[in-house]
Design a protein around this ligand. Structure first.
Ligand code: PEP
Ligand code: MN
Length: 328
């Protein structure tokens, strides 16, 4: 919001009144250093603009245009996929392997995820890998294995799409389409994914600001996405002790200030399984509606990201610590 002052205004007195209303202000000055108005910061207490406009010394109050109106329109709405709703009151557990490596294994993992109270099965069929020589996923067959396993255990699926060419195939097979961190600003892909009109899990780019993340979601909504779940998966830090730096400030900001649904992926944030339980609890405390974790029956043989995969035993511990309803 922008508040303009009359040339005759007593700037200090108007500022004092506005600050008293709970507004945080940035003063706008002309070339001679005289105050011409105020920009109201987004974290201010909401105040009726009429009340501000009627103050002595105020010449006008203007709502500044948001650069992401379609995202704003979704603030404080619950993402509802039928019997699965993403709410801060009941955390949603999303779990599965980094990459889907065989039909038997995804079946076993799906069964464990369901028993642990998980609602969504994750798993990569198309894997973004830093090296072109690393295993890059089994593609369409992996999607089919995953779909069958998820259906047998009453789970939803989230899986990543990397290429515009695969959007329709992936969208047909999955409940939630994942856009990975490396593709957060692949605008052509975002448009194509939006056109599939699905729920999208939008991972934050490793070096993306919150505002760039919101704009990526705006692309999805502008092209027709049904709903967007924001996924914080750690940003590039300077300390190699953890794989990435988990930004819980951004989680709290999106959840509490914007009222947007955030999932935290502590697996890619930490890169090590021993930190997944505490980071998951911290994420929920910060306002996340759920966590997405990697799990594998034999992490040392996983085709990707073994060091951060939870064993079945730790998956159950995680579920207990989030107070989920488990099937014994
Ligand atoms: C993943 O979730 O499988 C993945 C590759 O994550 P990210 O895009 O966060 O690296
Ligand atoms: Mn992974």
């Amino acid at each position: 919001m922008l508040i303009n002052l009359k040339p005759t205004a007593d700037t200090n007195s108007v500022k004092q009144t506005l600050t008293g209303f709970g507004l945080w202000l940035e003063t706008l000055l002309d070339q001679d250093g005289a105050a011409t108005g105020f920009i109201v910061k987004g974290y201010s207490t909401p105040v009726d603009p009429q009340k501000i406009a009627s103050l002595d010394g105020v010449s006008g109050v203007f709502k500044t245009e948001s650069s992401h109106p379609k995202v704003d329109a979704r603030c404080h709405q619950v993402i509802d996929l039928g019997e699965l709703q993403f709410r801060t009151t009941t955390p949603t557990l999303i779990a599965g392997p980094c990459s889907v490596d065989s039909e038997e294994r995804i079946e076993s993992i799906a069964s464990q995820v369901a028993q642990a109270g998980g609602k969504v099965l994750r798993g990569g069929a198309y894997k973004p890998r830093t090296s072109p020589y690393s295993f890059a996923g089994f593609g369409k067959p992996a999607l089919q294995w995953m779909r069958r396993a998820a259906d047998r255990h009453g789970l939803r699926i989230v899986t990543e799409v990397m290429s515009e060419h695969d959007v329709n195939t992936v969208a047909d097979m999955t409940d939630i389409v994942q856009v990975g961190s490396r593709n957060m600003q692949n605008f052509a892909l975002l448009r194509q994914v939006g056109e599939a009109r699905k729920c999208v899990l939008l991972k934050r780019g490793r070096s993306a600001t919150v505002s760039e993340w919101l704009m990526a979601a705006e692309y999805l909504y502008a092209s027709g996405a049904d709903s967007v779940l924001f996924c914080e998966r750690g940003i590039r830090g300077f300390d190699g002790e953890t794989r990435n730096l988990i930004d819980l400030g951004a989680v709290a900001l999106l959840s509490h200030h914007y009222g947007l649904p955030v999932i935290v992926d502590p697996s890619h944030a930490a890169g090590r399984r021993d930190l997944i339980v505490p980071l998951s609890k911290a994420s929920i405390a910060a306002g996340a509606v759920g966590v997405m974790v990697e799990v594998h029956p034999a992490p040392s043989t996983a085709l990707s990201d073994g060091p951060q995969a939870l064993s079945y035993e730790t998956l159950r511990q995680l579920s207990k610590s989030l107070e989920l309803e488990c099937i014994q």
